[in-house]
Design a protein around this ligand. Structure first.
Ligand code: FMN
Length: 390
């Protein structure tokens, strides 16, 4: 049997294995997945985006969409999800929350997450410059997502003024699912790939007092994890592979879309959030968007600041909140299905415990996936992307 992975200590908790399950917005990582991952000895991350879809009993809906941020990112639902995930964890691992900086009501969600007992907050899609201020007085671990050493320096300088430094840092490379921290063009360049960026970010983390570095984006199996641990990372964040579990909160339709996807079906696409995003491009919605169909889109949820009340949705051709909400509800025609570039490797569902044991080296990884060497993603002209150079 191969060696078992080492533990990961962050602030005031220790994970049995150095694996954090990445937050997946609008219904993919809620209490069921995060609770099961924590129970298996890892970090289980609830996503705070779109919690209005979790239980719509007390949610004000217009045309089936949560009205305004207060319903889309609903406080009571988020707090119930966190409490439920902690209960499911049975005291193992840790339960945290992913909160996107771009969400219109970021500060409220940070405070709700802390009140409900989140053990860590992971925050990206923008720079979480004010996170320590919003979390002041609490012992929650603060973990920003970065794309470069420059961002580590910038954040640490700023956070130091509030008397705190990051408790760990997540570096996300361009094979990640969902929104990217790079421009469309950068995502294709070799110097922006995770392996290339890692050494400089590691050095910045060392310079700021050995902040543990957690790498993300395309990490699939134990070999991948060990490769990054050997480089000096303290852990990994993985999302796409956890979609192939029974406990993942995504609808069975979402899981099947990924199981059916081929390598060439998962690519970067344009998003009203202003960053390129990675997902399945062969679904009916994305086919319409790529064909230039631009219906008039009402803004009901007002989810993210950069979209500017639906201005960007109308330019790009779809609403991010509505499309992710439809994917969450299993509506293939209008849903947007995010995936990391390895999503085509998913072939079946298994339990979180089984998957974690395979990743950690406790049991043999017998999963079979087909590598497709015949296809490599190339730059296509998607039109001007807003830059995400930080
Ligand atoms: C379906 C899906 C939804 C995601 N949603 C979010 C999100 O809401 N916030 C975020 O910071 N990252 C999000 N991510 C990124 C993941 O948390 C993670 O860092 C990344 O996907 C890791 O790469 P991997 O999927 O190849 O393991 C999402 C990823 C996927 C696949």
């Amino acid at each position: 049997m191969p060696s078992i992975l080492p533990p990961l200590k962050i602030r005031n908790f220790t994970l049995q294995y150095p694996i954090i399950q990445g937050g997946m917005g609008v219904g993919i990582s809620w209490d069921s997945l995060a609770g099961a991952v924590a129970r298996a000895g890892c970090g289980g991350t609830v996503s705070s985006a779109g919690t209005g879809y979790w239980n719509t009993d007390n949610i004000r809906l217009i045309n089936g969409r949560p009205l305004k941020p207060i319903n889309f990112n609903n406080s009571p639902n988020l707090m119930d999800i966190i409490r439920s995930a902690k209960e499911k964890s049975q005291g193992n691992g840790a339960v945290g929350v992913n909160i996107l900086c771009a969400l219109t009501d970021y500060e409220r969600q940070v405070k709700d997450a802390i009140k409900a007992g989140a053990q860590y907050i992971i925050s990206g899609a923008g720079l979480p410059l004010r996170l320590p201020e919003f979390a002041s007085g609490s012992d929650v671990a603060l973990i920003p997502i970065v794309s470069s050493a420059r961002v580590v320096d910038l954040l640490c300088k700023r956070w130091k003024r509030s008397g705190r430094l990051p408790d760990a840092i997540v570096l996300e490379g361009p094979k990640s699912g969902g929104h990217q921290g790079y421009t469309y063009e950068q995502c294709f360049k070799s110097e922006y790939q995770l392996e290339k960026v890692t050494p400089a970010v590691l050095e910045a983390c060392r310079n700021w007092g050995n902040i543990p570095l957690i790498v993300a984006g395309g990490v699939w199996d134990k070999k991948d994890i060990e490769r990054f641990l050997d480089m000096g990372a303290s852990g990994v964040q993985m999302a796409t592979r956890f979609i192939g579990t029974h406990e993942c909160d995504a609808s069975p339709v979402f899981k099947q879309v990924l199981i059916n996807a081929r390598k060439q079906d998962i690519r970067l696409l344009k998003s009203p959030v202003g960053y390129p995003a990675r997902g399945v491009i062969t679904t009916p919605l994305m086919q319409r968007v790529r064909a230039g169909v631009r219906p008039k889109i009402p803004c009901i949820s007002n989810c993210v600041t950069p979209c500017d009340h639906g201005k960007e949705s109308n330019k790009v051709g779809y609403c991010i909140a509505d499309s992710l909400g439809d994917a969450c509800n299993g509506v293939v025609d209008s849903g947007l299905f995010f995936s990391g570039s390895n999503g085509y490797r998913l072939t079946k569902l298994q339990s979180v415990q089984e998957l974690v044991e395979k990743l950690a080296g406790v049991r043999e990884d017998t999963d079979i996936w087909e590598e497709d060497e015949s296809y490599t993603e190339k730059m296509e002209d998607l039109g001007p992307q807003q830059s995400a150079s930080l």
